[in-house]
Design a protein around this ligand. Sequence first.
Ligand SMILES: *Cc1c(COP(=O)(O)O)cnc(C)c1O
Length: 364
Amino acid sequence: MTFNTTLEGIKTYEAGKPIELVVREFGIAPSEIVKLASNENPKGCSPKVQKAVGKMLSAMSRYPDDSMFALKKALAARFDVAEKEVIIGAGSDQIIEFLIHAKANDNARVLMSAVTFAMYEIYARHVGAEVIRTPSYEHCFDEFYAAYEAHDPAIIFICTPNNPTGDAVDREALYKFLEKIDGNTLVVVDGAYMEYAAHKDPTKAIAPKELIERFKNVVYLGTFSKAYGLGGMRVGYGIASETIIDALYKLRPPFNITTLSLEAATVALDDDAFVQESVQECFEQMRQYEIFAAKQGIEMIPSYTNFVTLQLHNEQKSSDLALALLKKGIIVRDLSSYGLNAIRVTVGTPAQNQRFFEQFMSVL
Ligand SMILES: *Cc1c(COP(=O)(O)O)cnc(C)c1O
């Protein structure tokens, strides 16, 4: 059978390995496995969420509220925007898919950084769009602007903080860049880790309200998968001018968020104390990685997220190291497919991080 030629160049997205797979493949007991590969919150989610979802189990026999009334209202209130400026997706991944389908086709170009979230390219290729990348792996606005002028992209992706490198752009520099972009170019500001960046450095914090008031061609993306600890529930959101949200709604399948996920996200959003505590503990633990990297002479990209990117010495191949760690039950992300000789490690609990440091030393 033949398939659309657009599929030919697509590398299937490689998710962080689940614990179950390591149990099966390497015969390691689940209790011995430390998963630091998908930037999940090691504290889990707010205990209030589990309680609320537990009480709702009987609701699963009915279709969810397709208007997503409660969560949309809560998000609009949190970010001080109108409800019609909000769309909710099955993860912010789904909104990235809507954005590409709304704006790109096989004549279009999609611009992004040399090393950034893999799904931008995959969705762009779905529609046959050409992917243009800036030379540097950190977001450099001069490079972005030069590529914008040269290629006239339909969409520009700015991932801040950036996954998988952890760096973040300055808000003022972003605004200066956006001022130079024409109103028909869609700019996506992916803030999947914004809760972390905003805590660490206010000059990196981007508020969706100010962003979309100043720039009608910009979409802000957020997710419940990272700081809120709800990766398994698949809830993300987009905030933009009504014109953009209306276009995205045309692509949305009905009932794209489950009843239990809507409840989980609504309750999670209300427990800001849990998120703030998680973020603070993450940066306390990140200090241990900084000390470890300095001691080992390993370069660590300063991170505004809940993960660290360790750039290995030339003689150590990141794919070998990741595999050796996997055999010890430590799951990290090898970044060789991104063209970096580096591993990405989610900051875990103190005990998990200790296990990582010990096993890293043992496999070196
Ligand atoms: C995790 C992540 C997302 C999306 O996560 P969802 O679980 O689909 O909400 C989007 N962008 C970046 C940069 C991410 O790291």
